[in-house]
Design a protein around this ligand. Structure first.
Ligand code: F0G
Length: 486
């Protein structure tokens, strides 16, 4: 048996938050009341919350201390200058405009740069990013490599831009109608898959040749930097901070949701190098977010962000964070659960199409699986398939993306390995009884970002999970069978 080389958390626990344990009967009522949408559950009814890694991280004692140092001046708060210094130091951009969260920055970037009729290429869509591009009048064009759409493809950099697709778009519509390329790091909807530095560089060269700006979505850029260090030849001895700076150096600016990498519960920013663009952004942020030195945040939030940025690039932190995701993924793989490979940075993405081959795409297998997992175990996951994709801009038809996934997203510094084991047991139990899961249909469908507030009902009967397998936390045999860890 191979010797185990463990990672362990580079911190210890100072305070705990109690979780409520529920019965399966309680959860059946809760999910029905929530319209079989895990977004509509009350968090009090959730045991292990893997809905998202956004804003759900545990802050450090230094960050909590930073909250007490909040300078709540309307203008020129000292915490803004700390944030500006941190972004300049670790991301390297000149101008920093805080926003209440990532989509605030996306909104400002979109209305500032996009004219109706424009096209915005990107390495796979993200829901809010694309919605803002479309609201401003653009059409999003996916230019990610084909491998990203194949859950079984083991390529190390499935977040890469396909340069031929980008060139074809430029040839078709002309560079004048492409205000910028949106380059996502650790591509969320592809399963948290990284982009390589070589690809960032090549994409940047192509864009610069055509006078097209590159705006990075730096939401999970630190996690991406970790994969570059692990997988890209020549970077194994570089610090995460060094790699991050190099990634950003090939771009003209970024939007960032600080609720992920930067270890805070709220916050984001827009950063640009161009002085004129920065002036416009500072002007627009006043309309939608708040003055350019607070952008919808309290001074204390900006302080926590500044400290979080510095903590996020520490190797021990990011190694343990991604190590925990890897642990959950490897456990599921041992039981043959179909998940997106390679294992990504912020969560495990279950391939619901392969998990539930008996449920047609029109009955939203991912939505059904997320609801069933909650009933089974109290673990809350998120649909990342057709419901998230929405409808075609022009035809109004449902979009069925190649990937029909359920995301088990791991908050940073929050859960223990035992929580990962309980989650894995619940998923394995469901996988063994997959035919008990019933498809869903809409009973209410909102116009924008429908996955957040949509409601559903089972296509047959009243329950999404028909039989009653084992209660979560009680099923130890599966884990005993695991033997050695990773
Ligand atoms: N870009 C990416 C890649 C994201 O994952 C998100 C948010 C945003 C932008 C928007 O940032 O939420 O701060 O406004 N992702 C969350 C998630 C919602 O659960 O993946 P935000």
């Amino acid at each position: 048996m191979p010797r185990r080389h463990s990672w362990a958390e580079p911190y210890k626990i100072k305070m705990v938050e109690h979780l409520r344990m529920t019965t399966r009967a309680e959860r059946e009522v809760a999910i029905a009341e929530a319209g079989f949408n895990t977004f509509l559950l009350r968090s009090d009814d959730v045991y292990i919350d893997l809905l998202t890694d956004s804003g759900t991280s545990a802050m450090s004692d230094r960050q909590w201390a930073g909250l007490m140092m909040g300078d709540e001046a309307y203008a020129g708060s000292r915490n803004f200058y700390h944030l500006e210094t941190a972004v300049r130091q670790f991301y390297g951009y000149r101008h920093v405009i805080p926003t209440h969260q990532g989509r605030g920055a996306e909104h400002i970037l979109s209305i500032m740069c996009i004219k109706p009729g424009d096209f915005v290429p990107g390495n796979m869509y993200f829901t809010t990013t694309k919605a803002h591009q479309e609201l401003a009048g653009a059409t999003f064009v996916d230019v990610i490599v084909d491998a990203a759409h194949d859950p079984l493809d083991e390529s190390p950099f499935k977040g890469n831009v396909d340069l031929a697709k980008l060139e074809a778009l430029i040839a078709r519509v002309g560079a004048d109608r492409i205000p910028y390329l949106c380059m996502q790091t650790n591509v969320n909807m592809a399963g948290g898959q990284p982009i390589s530095l070589a690809n960032i560089k090549a994409t940047s060269q192509l864009c610069r040749r055509h006078g097209i700006r590159i705006m990075m979505d730096a939401t999970r850029a630190v996690e991406n930097a970790y994969f570059i260090r692990k997988r890209e030849p020549g970077y194994e001895n570089h610090s995460i901070a060094h790699i991050l700076l190099e990634m950003c150096s090939y771009t003209d600016g970024c939007t960032c949701s600080a609720k992920k990498d930067s270890l805070v519960n709220i916050g984001g920013w827009l950063a640009v190098n161009d002085d004129d663009l920065a002036e416009q952004a500072r002007n627009l942020v006043v309309l939608f977010e708040g003055l350019h030195t607070y952008g919808g945040l309290a001074g204390r939030d900006m302080e926590a962000m500044a400290i979080g940025i510095e903590e996020s690039v520490q190797y021990d932190h990011i190694h343990a964070r991604i190590g925990q995701v890897e642990y959950l993924g490897q456990t599921l793989l041992r039981f043959g659960v179909p998940i997106v490979r390679p294992i990504g940075g912020h969560g495990i993405f279950i391939d619901a199409a392969r998990f539930l081959p008996h449920i047609p795409r029109e009955e939203f297998p991912s939505q059904a699986l997320a609801a069933a997992l909650y009933v089974q175990s109290g673990v809350r996951a998120m649909e990342r398939g057709a419901v998230s994709s929405g409808r075609h801009h022009d035809t109004g038809e449902n979009i069925f993306p190649k990937l029909e996934l359920v995301r088990l997203t791991i908050p940073r510094r929050v859960y223990t390995q035992a929580h990962m084991d309980v989650t894995a047991e619940a998923v394995v139990d469901l996988y063994e009884n997959a035919r008990d899961i019933v498809g869903l249909r809409f009973t209410f469908e909102p116009k924008y970002l429908r996955f957040f507030q949509a409601r559903f009902e089972p296509v047959i009967g009243a329950k999404v999970l028909r039989s009653a397998p084992v209660e979560a936390g009680m099923h130890v045999d599966a884990m005993a069978a695991l033997g050695d860890g990773i």
